[in-house]
Write a protein that binds this ligand. Structure first.
Ligand SMILES: [Zn+2]
Ligand SMILES: [Zn+2]
Length: 84
């Protein structure tokens, strides 16, 4: 398991998806405990410009909820810290 937080490089606990420009493709983004989205937000598709979560687990975009068509491999997400 080599996923690292895209913000600080620490071991990731969640994976979410971000659109790649207007290509219709998505890319996985990883976040550590400090930079993790809420499970709710992590299941949605984020805008290409999304910088990821700030303090409190909210992010910088308005995520789309039509992400059902993506499978959501959430392997590392099982290790969320207490308080989630
Ligand atoms: Zn981080
Ligand atoms: Zn976002």
């Amino acid at each position: 398991m080599s996923a690292a937080c895209g913000t600080c490089g620490a071991a990731a606990v969640v994976q979410w998806r971000r659109a790649k420009g207007n290509t219709g493709d998505t890319e996985p983004v990883f976040g550590c405990a400090d930079h993790a989205l809420t499970p709710d937000l992590a299941s949605q598709l984020h805008e290409a410009s999304c910088k990821g979560p700030g303090k409190g687990g909210s992010c910088s975009c308005t995520p789309r909820s039509d992400a059902d068509r993506f499978d959501t491999p959430r392997g590392p997400a099982r290790r969320l810290p207490p308080g989630w």
